[in-house]
Design a protein around this ligand. Structure first.
Ligand SMILES: NC(=O)c1ccc[n+]([C@@H]2O[C@H](COP(=O)([O-])OP(=O)(O)OC[C@H]3O[C@@H](n4cnc5c(N)ncnc54)[C@H](O)[C@@H]3O)[C@@H](O)[C@H]2O)c1
Length: 416
C-alpha cells in the first residue's frame, strides 16, 4: 500500500501552462498536463507559483519555508505566528511585507483571507493543527501539515474530516512524514505487504534520544505558568504537544502501523519522568500494542539521558526481517533475498520530497490526499499508547474512541 499518492514522478518535457491552468489542477490534468515541472511553471509565467502562507514561524517553520522557497514553485506570501517577534523574524527572512505578517490567536484567519493566497504550511504547535487546517480547507487553501496532526481523538477526527473535505473541494492536503516519502521505506513496506518476509509475527519500535527542549524550560522558568509562557514552551506541555509519545515518537509508531497496515486493537503501557523539567510531559515510555492477526508491537522511547539516539522499527516475519532507521539503514533479509537502502539525510530529504510532491499533486490535480488516513491512524495509535501508559492498564481502541477525550487549553487570556 502506497501512502504517498501525492507523490508523482517528475519528467522534464511538459508544455508550459498559465497560472490559472496550474491552479486549476484537475482541469490542467484533464487537458493532458499529467505531470508538471516547477521550472516550466516558472518559465511560463513569473506569477505561476503557489502563494504560500506560513502558520507557525518557529525553528521548523522557518527552516522548511526556506526549502519551499528553494523549490522554486512557491512565493512566500504571508506569515503568521502568535508572537510578533517570531512573525517578524520569518517575515524579514522571506521578505514578506509588513502588511502580510499576522499575529495573535486568530491571526491565521487574517492570513487565510489574504487575497491571492493558494496554500498554507502549518508548522505550529500540534494542539492548533486541527482548527488551523480546518479553517484553511474551509477557506479553499491547499494544506501542508506538520506531524503530529493533533493531540487528541477529536482533533484526529477533525483532520480526517478536513482531508475528506479537501478532496471534495479539489484541494491538496499533505501530511509531512519524511519516512513515508522515502523510496527505501516505500520499497520495504511494499515487500512486507506483498508477503516477502512471510506472515508478520511481531515488531519492535523505538525512539531513543538525549535530553531535549532545555531552552524551552529556561524560557518557562522566567515566566509564570500563564498561557503565553505555555505557548513558548509548548513542547514540554502535554496539552499543547500531545506528550513525547505523540509529538516525537510518532515517527517510529507511524512506521510500525504502516508495516502492520492496521490500527491496534488495544495497548498496555507505562512510563514516567526522569528529567527535571517544569513541563508536564513524560520522557520515557514502554508500551505493548496488540494489532490484528496476533501481531504485537513492542515499543519503547526515551527523551532524556545521554549517549543513544535512534528512531527505528524492526518487523519480524516467518521468512525474514526488516529493519528501518530514520536517517540510517533500511534493510530487508530473507533466506533468498536482501534489500539494502540508505536514508541518510532523511530529515531534509523527506521534507524536500514532500514539498515537491505537494506542488506536483496540485499541478496534476491529484487530490486523493492519501497521506491523511495513515496519519490519522498512527496519531491515534500514539494516543492509545499514551492513554494506556498514563492509566497503567490495558486500554482498547474502542474504549479510547468512545471516550473521545478532548485536551483543553484555555485561550481567554491570549491576544486575539
Ligand atoms: N521531522 C519533523 O517532521 C518535524 C521536526 C520538527 C518539528 N516538527 C513539527 O513542527 C511543528 C513546530 O515545531 P518547531 O520545532 O518549529 O517548534 P518551535 O517552538 O520552534 O516553533 C513553534 C512556533 O509556533 C508558534 N506558535 C505558538 N502558538 C501558535 C499558534 N496558536 N499558531 C501559530 N503558531 C503558534 C510559536 O511562537 C513558535 O514560533 C510541531 O508540530 C512539530 O512536531 C516536525
Amino acid at each position: 500500500m502506497n501512502h504517498t499518492s501525492c507523490s508523482v514522478p517528475r519528467t522534464s518535457s511538459q508544455p508550459a501552462v498559465t497560472r490559472r491552468q496550474f491552479l486549476a489542477g484537475a482541469s490542467a490534468a484533464a487537458v493532458g498536463f499529467t505531470i508538471l515541472d516547477p521550472a516550466l511553471v516558472r518559465g511560463a509565467d513569473a506569477n505561476a507559483k503557489l502563494n504560500l502562507g506560513l502558520i507557525g514561524c518557529g525553528g521548523r517553520g522557518k527552516w522548511i519555508t526556506g526549502l519551499f522557497a528553494k523549490h522554486g514553485g512557491y512565493n512566500i506570501a504571508g506569515v503568521f505566528d502568535y508572537f510578533a517577534d517570531r512573525a517578524n523574524e520569518a517575515g524579514d527572512q522571506f521578505k514578506v511585507p509588513a502588511a502580510n505578517r499576522y499575529t495573535g490567536l486568530h491571526g491565521y484567519e487574517r492570513l487565510l483571507a489574504q487575497p491571492g493566497l493558494d496554500a498554507v504550511a502549518i508548522i505550529s504547535p500540534p494542539y492548533f493543527h486541527p482548527i488551523q487546517a480546518a479553517a484553511a480547507v474551509a477557506a479553499g487553501k491547499h494544506v501542508y501539515l506538520a506531524k503530529p496532526i493533533a493531540v487528541d481523538v477529536p482533533g484526529c477526527q477533525t483532520v480526517a474530516d478536513s482531508g475528506r473535505q479537501a478532496t471534495a473541494k479539489n484541494l491538496c492536503f499533505l501530511v509531512d512524514f519524511q519516512t513515508r516519502a522515502h523510496p527505501a521505506y516505500q520499497e520495504v513496506v511494499k515487500r512486507v505487504h506483498a508477503g516477502q518476509i512471510g506472515r508478520l509475527i511481531s515488531l519492535d519500535a523505538g525512539y531513543q534520544c538525549d535530553l531535549y527542549f532545555e531552552g524551552m524550560d529556561a524560557e518557562f522558568r522566567k515566566s509564570k505558568r500563564d498561557a503565553e509562557a505555555r505557548l513558548r514552551a509548548w513542547a514540554i506541555d502535554r496539552v499543547l504537544s500531545g506528550d513525547v509519545i505523540t509529538e516525537q515518537n510518532i515517527h517510529s509508531l507511524d512506521v510500525a502501523a504502516w508495516f502492520a497496515d492496521a490500527a491496534p486493537l488495544k495497548a498496555y503501557g507505562t512510563g514516567g519522568r526522569a528529567r527535571p523539567f517544569l513541563g508536564d510531559c513524560w520522557d520515557h515510555y514502554a508500551v505493548i500494542f496488540y494489532f490484528p492477526s496476533d501481531v504485537t508491537v513492542s515499543f519503547s522511547s526515551k527523551q532524556v539521558g545521554f549517549g543513544y539516539d535512534d528512531i527505528m522499527c524492526r518487523a519480524y516475519g516467518m521468512n525474514g526481517t526488516v529493519e528501518t532507521h530514520y536517517s540510517g539503514k533500511v534493510s530487508l533479509r530473507t533466506k533468498d533475498d536482501a534489500f539494502n537502502g540508505d536514508t541518510r539525510n532523511l530529515y531534509e530529504d523527506g521534507a524536500v520530497r514532500n514539498i515537491a510532491a505537494f506542488h506536483e499533486a496540485i499541478a496534476k490535480g491529484d487530490f486523493a490526499n492519501a497521506t491523511v488516513p495513515p496519519s490519522v491512524r498512527s496519531n491515534l495509535t500514539t494516543i492509545l499508547g499514551r492513554t494506556a501508559a498514563y492509566a497503567n492498564r490495558e486500554v482498547t481502541w474502542t474504549e479510547m474512541m468512545q471516550k473521545n477525550e478532548k485536551l483543553e487549553f484555555a485561550t481567554s487570556s491570549l491576544k486575539g
